[in-house]
Design a protein around this ligand. Structure first.
Ligand code: HEM
Length: 455
């Protein structure tokens, strides 16, 4: 396919007589809106939301320009302002020199060989999950999203910080959920009430920030005490790496607050995204018997009765395709926002400094031009041949360019291993009238979680 030929050097304006009706439509259901855009418009669409002007990019060449070729010309802007209240200046919300320094410090923790070491932890936590699932009676309805949240938080805390946080798990899940709901309501609301006003939702937000902070600071404190005993061997995990760089002031390394921001970011970035994708995948495995059977056969053939090891992962190719298809159909991060530092021009289209570039991940993942069955769960979208012939920026669940998700390999491994292990032991069914509804929180998720019946 010749992508260049489709590039039109004009940004189409969003049609619609009434500015307000567009605004309400977008805020009410941004994902439906973003999904419809590529079917009605060309590669770049322009619209305003309140006083803000957005250029929606839905062509891989334009997206590549902003995320990779010309990435230095853009920052991650105020869409993350509300998240900053909770995440501070962690890796996903920071910019410029601070971002670069932090990325360099943390990157080694995510190298492939290092991640390989955490496969044991992943397997142990999945065993705990299978034990929990066994305890449900046949025919009972299970909220799989909740189960996967527990799984992913436990894996991240053990893999990154060598602590199981068992006692704290429930309050952590509750605090993270409340914080995400708060941020999501704030983003969707046309009227932004300042976060420092003493109203109930702001008070609740502060209370839950404090609950979460107390858990994080106590985890850091315990580690500092441990490290002060020179006879004990180091954990050699992400927390140790961050503490090696922590000093009294920023010149010496990271401040205590920066350390807290990074640890918080890691929990926030890694748990829900992975848990939600797994939930949607199991919904489709329950829905489509032929896909279920194919994954199960692969898992039985490759693993027989043992636990997955690192060398097995490339052979679990169809399972990987299933995971990729889950990420395509339900990208947890459904759009990215960037702001140019100066007036920019992409292939003749002006992106003024005062405006925002909105990368329509959901739209491009559902674009009929790039996917044979854009709205169906079809793992064959990811055969080797199809992958090779596709523009890399048509599938970007983990973003792209230098700010590519730091945890992408880690998340892929967690999902692949979870799918191939659970499928060997469990089969789920869908209640007759059950139709999960997409909800936009910070991430794309299923409203009330994915509820399936244990067979
Ligand atoms: C299915 C799972 C996941 C998805 C779909 C996902 C998606 C993304 C996306 C789209 C970005 C780029 C944001 C942007 O460019 O504005 C990102 C960044 C990031 N992700 Fe993930 N993520 C996942 C899992 C994880 C996990 C497991 C971790 C860590 C344990 C993690 C840590 C991060 C961090 C630290 C960043 C910021 C990177 C930077 O700005 O340098 N993510 N993620």
């Amino acid at each position: 396919m010749n992508y260049q030929s489709s590039i039109a050097p004009v940004a189409e304006r969003l049609k619609g007589k009434f500015l307000l009706s567009n605004t309400f439509r977008i805020l009410k259901n941004p994902v439906t809106f973003l999904g419809e855009l590529p079917r009605c418009y060309g590669p770049v669409v322009h619209f305003t939301l309140g006083v803000k002007s957005y250029f929606v990019l839905q062509h891989p060449d334009y997206i590549k320009n902003v995320l990779l070729d010309n990435h230095k010309a853009y920052s991650k802007p105020g869409a993350t302002k509300i998240l900053r209240l909770f995440l501070g200046e962690g890796l996903s919300t920071s910019n410029g020199e601070l971002w670069l320094r932090q990325r360099r410090i943390m990157q080694p923790a995510f190298h492939k060989q290092r991640i390989a070491l955490v496969l044991r932890i992943i397997n142990e936590e999945i065993t705990k999950l299978t034990d929990r699932l066994q305890s449900f009676a046949t025919g009972s309805t299970i909220n799989l999203s909740h189960e996967f949240l527990q799984l992913t938080i436990a894996i991240i805390s053990r893999a990154m910080f060598s602590t199981a946080l068992k006692k704290e798990m429930d309050s952590m899940i509750h605090a993270l959920e409340t914080l995400a709901n708060y941020a999501s309501k704030w983003m969707k609301s046309p009227v932004k009430i300042p976060a420092n006003w003493r109203i109930p939702s702001n008070n609740d937000f502060r209370k839950n920030c404090k609950i979460f902070d107390d858990i994080i600071y106590s985890m850091i404190e315990k580690r500092k005490i441990y490290r002060s005993d020179l006879l004990l061997s180091p954990h050699d995990d992400l927390l140790d790496m961050l503490l090696d760089y922590t000093g009294e002031n920023i010149e010496d390394g990271m401040t205590e607050k920066q350390l807290r921001d990074e640890v918080t970011t890691m929990f926030m970035a890694g748990h829900e995204t992975t848990a939600q994708t797994l939930s949607w995948i199991f919904y489709h495995l329950a829905k489509d018997k032929s896909i279920y059977t194919k994954v199960k056969e692969e898992s039985n053939n490759i693993l027989n009765n043992r636990l997955p090891e690192l060398d097995d992962l490339p052979h679990l190719a169809y399972t990987k395709q299933v995971v990729q298809e889950g990420l395509r159909l339900y990208p947890p991060i459904w759009a990215l926002v960037r702001k140019p530092y100066h007036d920019e021009n992409i292939n003749g289209i002006e992106i003024p400094r005062s405006s925002y570039a909105l990368i329509n991940i959901y739209g491009i993942h559902h674009h009929p031009r790039f996917w044979e069955h854009p709205d169906d769960f079809e793992p064959n979208h990811f055969t080797v041949e199809k992958e090779q012939s596709r523009h890399p920026f048509t599938f970007l669940p983990f973003g792209g360019g230098p700010r590519l998700c730091l945890g992408s390999n880690f998340a892929m491994m967690v999902m692949q291993v979870t799918v191939c292990r659970l499928i060997k032991q469990f089969e789920f069914a869908i209640a007759e009238d059950y139709q999960p509804e997409i909800e936009i929180n910070i991430t794309l998720r299923a409203k009330n979680g994915i509820q399936l019946i244990k067979k």
